[in-house]
Design a protein around this ligand. Structure first.
Ligand code: C2E
Ligand code: CA
Ligand code: CA
Ligand code: CA
Length: 279
């Protein structure tokens, strides 16, 4: 039994080393991924529940890893946050997404809002406002077509500072949205002072909407709260017609989810917008 115990300890240590090694290897890869053009942006449509029209898209980052293949953001964004690489990666996402939105406009498509996710480290960057300004200038995109998605927990870390920064961004003419609403703690009083234009109901409340009366109550409460505060409200992770019907009946404004479309390559968004223009 003594030996087994010892072996277990050794085995455990080896596993830990392996994952640390893996982590360091990924962090190393992240440093060169930008220069090697390994990042891709997929776009997921945001759809009006009233009209069924696509009015915006969310930019979702992917890493085309030379060995591992296409990687989802949850597999590398936390590491990029830790190493600080997220700041330059985020700047690239912002510029690429703005250029894409501008390219669709120049191609004659009806303009859509482009939503870009901003993580804690990016938001804390003193040059965020300057970086956003520069992305708009370089792309030629008018600020009204850019929206930043930030999470509640990010804002609540330093409320006063976050509100000041959000005001600066809003003054530039861009919109702000609270992502994953309901999963973090923010007081309703604080919510009132956020200079935002919409709330996104987290997909954890949408997943079991058909069977969970608690989730139904939460979704309805968020929709009602949003409207009381003159905000638009969008549900993420909508996968079934039942979920969509419930949200429609509850007065939700917009939706995003696999039911309408997964995140797709830019050419596919162009196809959707073209089809919609002809409708
Ligand atoms: P998020 O901002 O909450 O994005 C929504 C996630 O839900 C996306 O995962 C999307 O692909 C997924 N999703 C969309 N519709 C459905 C659905 O109907 N069902 C289910 N089950 N999932 C759905 P993804 O693309 O893997 O992104 C994960 C997270 O990574 C994002 O969560 C966001 O926090 C972060 N992220 C993505 N791109 C960026 C980026 O450019 N910068 C930063 N800082 N974070 C990013
Ligand atoms: Ca988001
Ligand atoms: Ca979300
Ligand atoms: Ca999320």
């Amino acid at each position: 039994a003594k030996d087994t115990g010892k072996n277990n300890v050794q085995f455990y240590t080896m596993e830990m080393n392996a994952s640390l090694e893996e982590k360091l290897e990924l962090m190393d890869g992240l440093r060169t991924a930008l220069a090697e053009e390994q990042f891709r942006i997929y776009y997921q449509p945001k759809v009006s529940l009233d009209t069924g029209m696509v009015f915006g898209v969310e930019a979702l980052l992917r890493w085309q890893h030379p060995v591992r293949g296409m990687m989802a953001p949850d597999q590398f964004i936390p590491l990029a946050e830790e190493s600080g690489a997220i700041v330059s990666i985020g700047e690239w996402v912002l510029l690429t997404a703005c250029r894409q939105a501008r390219a669709w406009q120049l191609g004659g498509l009806a303009p859509v809002t482009i939503s870009v996710n901003v993580s804690a480290r990016q938001f804390d960057d003193a040059r965020l406002v300057m970086r956003v300004q520069r992305a708009l200038e370089l792309s030629g995109l008018a600020p009204q077509w850019l929206e930043l998605e930030v999470t509640e927990s990010l804002i609540m870390r330093d409320l006063q500072q976050a509100i000041a920064k959000m005001r600066e961004l809003k003054a530039m003419g861009i919109s702000l949205s609270i992502d994953d609403f309901g999963t973090g703690y923010s007081s309703l009083a604080a919510l009132k002072s956020f200079p935002i234009s919409s709330l996104k109901i987290d997909k954890s409340f949408i997943r079991d909407l058909d069977v969970s009366s608690d989730d139904q109550a939460i979704a309805r409460a968020i929709i009602s709260l949003s409207h009381q505060l003159q905000l638009r409200v969008i549900a993420e992770g909508v996968e079934t017609v039942q979920q969509r019907s419930f949200l429609q009946d509850s007065g939700c404004d917009d939706m995003q989810g696999y039911l309408f479309s997964r995140p797709v390559m830019p050419e596919q968004i162009q196809g959707m917008l073209e089809a919609q223009g002809e409708a």
